[in-house]
Every structure is written in C-alpha cells, then in structure tokens.
Design a protein around this ligand. Structure first.
Ligand code: NAP
Length: 287
C-alpha cells in the first residue's frame, strides 16, 4: 500500500478494536483492485463516539464501520438512518455524504442473506420453519433477513424471554409469523424445521459450548452458525455428521462488508476463495 495525497480513507470504530477482521477484509479488496485507499482500525472510547463520527467528514474520511460497543449509540448520532436499521436498532456502517452529513446503515442483514444465498443456494425459505437461537444484536439482523426472504414461520429461542419478545415486537411484519420459545425447549423447537441458525455467543472461543440435540431436526434442514471463531463450531461439526448442509459464520462477515466498501471506494467488492483464505489466516492469529 502506498499513501498518496489522494488516498481515500475509511475505518472501523470500536472499543477495543484490535480484534476486528474488517481491516484485513477491506485492505484485501483495496490491494486486489489497486485502489488508492486505506482502511484503518480506529479505537474510539464510547464517550467520544459522537466527536469521532463528526470528525469523519472533517478529516476527509468516506465513512466507517462500527463494532462493539458502538452499534446502538451511533444510531442516535448520525443524520439519517435507513428504516430497516432503525427497526433493528443498530447500525454497523456509516457513509459520509457529499454535504458532510452521516448516513447509517445495517449491512448485517445483507451479509447474512448473501451468505446463505451463496452457501446454501437450494435452501427454500417457505419449505419449513426457521429456528433462531438468540435474541441479541446479531439475531435481529438474522430475523430481519429471514422475514425479508419470506420465511413462513420463525421460532425464536432465547434464554431471556423478554428480549426475544422485544425482537418480535420491533421486527415482526405479520403477527402469526413469529413464536417465542424458552431456552429449555430448544431441542423440541427443531421439529419440522428447514433452517437452524445459532446467533448466540455460545460455541465461540472462550464461551461455553452450545448444548443442543439435533435429533428432531429433519436431515434436509440447513444449519448455520454465525460464530466464526472457531470457524468450525461444535454445532456445525455435529450438523455435518448428521448430513446437514452447514453454513459457517465467515460468509456473513465477508458479505456484510460489501455495501460499505462499494459506497466508500466506488468499486465492486467480491467474496472469493482468495479473500476467504486471507481472512481465515487472521482467525488463527492471536488478537
Ligand atoms: N458472522 C458475523 O458476521 C457476525 C456478526 C455479528 C455477530 N456475530 C457473532 O454472533 C454472536 C452474538 O453476537 P451479538 O452481537 O448478537 O451478541 P449479544 O447481543 O450479546 O447477544 C448474545 C446472545 O447470546 C445469548 N447467550 C449468551 N450466553 C448464553 C448462555 N450461557 N446460554 C444461553 N444463551 C446465551 C444471549 O441470551 P440472553 O438474551 O439471554 O442474554 C443473547 O441471545 C457473537 O459470537 C458474535 O461474534 C457474528
């Protein structure tokens, strides 16, 4: 990379931010296409988020991504928020408009949808229910993507029932489409399902394992885990062993970066085998 007087800038704000794989992702695309641009990790304390976001146009940045803990707070700072992101209650992408105003988007919905489309092209949204484990920030994006895909029934399973109820209230388009299930009923919720998605942090390195029995899940069901450290979670390994089509969390991570990159750098961003390999090497590296 060569920094010139005209280098286009973007980055990711988080606290901490060193764990983020987004610099590896965006700088791969910049290098691949020979674009005069740079994507930087930006450690920003929560109490300075507004100052940092307002500094983007001042410093000539095209925009940024947001990671923990900024995704919700940023929504109330930017000048415009796309309606879907407002319903989800979080933004992960900011685009600086020509007049210096800030537009907030949530590209996790796009990321999950595209990952599923790429990795499980034969999955039929209306063929069976979708079971979503978890009701946190990522679950909201996954549920929004499933509603958008036209899934007939979504079974939301979460440890804290009130949180799942809020997801249903905020996102549900049609009242009969979503049902809430207690965590203890997760095995039974798999009956007749066509898709299982883990959006909890269980199974992630450093977190407890996800304890679930897949016995009632029909063999043709697709199993997706959005956890990507490790890439092959115990859930995905168990699913593959039973013959399910398994979708890992890296696809969502890679695809969610595309809309931001295209807006900031004005070039298409493709998810390729080479990109995947480059980002996978960062998953093994200590953070
Ligand atoms: N692939 C991607 O691009 C991508 C994107 C975003 C996030 N992620 C991953 O998705 C995971 C969740 O992220 P998030 O932002 O949604 O986190 P979050 O908002 O903190 O939500 C965590 C979820 O996990 C549940 N949970 C945590 N510990 C549990 C336990 N011991 N038993 C049962 N449920 C438990 C929580 O249940 P309660 O509501 O009961 O607390 C909640 O539903 C993380 O691993 C993250 O890395 C991946």
């Amino acid at each position: 990379m060569r920094i010139t007087g005209r280098t286009r800038l973007a980055g990711i704000m988080g606290w901490p931010v060193a764990h983020s794989r987004s610099p590896a992702l965006h700088n791969f695309w910049l290098d691949e296409q020979g674009i005069d641009g740079a994507y930087l990790p930006l450690p920003v304390r929560p109490e300075q988020l507004e100052q940092a976001l307002r500094a983007l146009p001042v410093l000539g940045f095209r925009g940024c991504n947001l990671t923990i803990p900024h995704k919700q707070m940023a929504l109330s700072i930017v000048d415009r928020v796309e309606p879907l992101a407002r319903r989800i209650g979080a933004i992960n992408t900011v685009i600086v408009a020509a007049d210096g105003s800030l537009e907030g988007r949530n590209t996790d919905v796009f990321g999950f949808r595209e990952s599923l489309r790429e990795s499980a092209p034969d999955w039929d949204p209306v063929a069976g229910s979708a079971v979503v484990l978890g009701a946190g920030g990522a679950a909201r994006a996954v549920v929004a993507a499933l509603i958008e895909a036209g899934v007939g029934e979504i079974r939301l399973v979460n440890r804290t029932q009130a949180r799942a109820e809020r997801v249903a209230e905020d996102l549900e388009a049609r009242p009969s489409r979503m049902s809430i299930h207690p965590w203890s009923a997760r095995n039974a919720a798999l009956e007749n399902a066509g898709l299982l998605v883990n959006t909890t942090s269980l199974g992630m390195t450093g977190e407890p394992e996800l304890a679930i029995d897949l016995a009632r899940l029909p063999r043709q069901a697709v199993v997706a885990d959005i956890v990507y450290v490790p890439l092959e979670t115990a859930l995905l390994a168990a699913a593959r062993q039973r013959g399910h089509h398994a979708v890992d969390g890296l696809g969502m991570l890679l695809h969610q970066g595309r809309p931001g990159f295209e807006a900031w750098f004005g070039a298409p961003a493709r998810v390729t085998r080479e990109l995947r390999a480059a980002v996978v090497t960062t998953l093994a590296a200590p953070r």
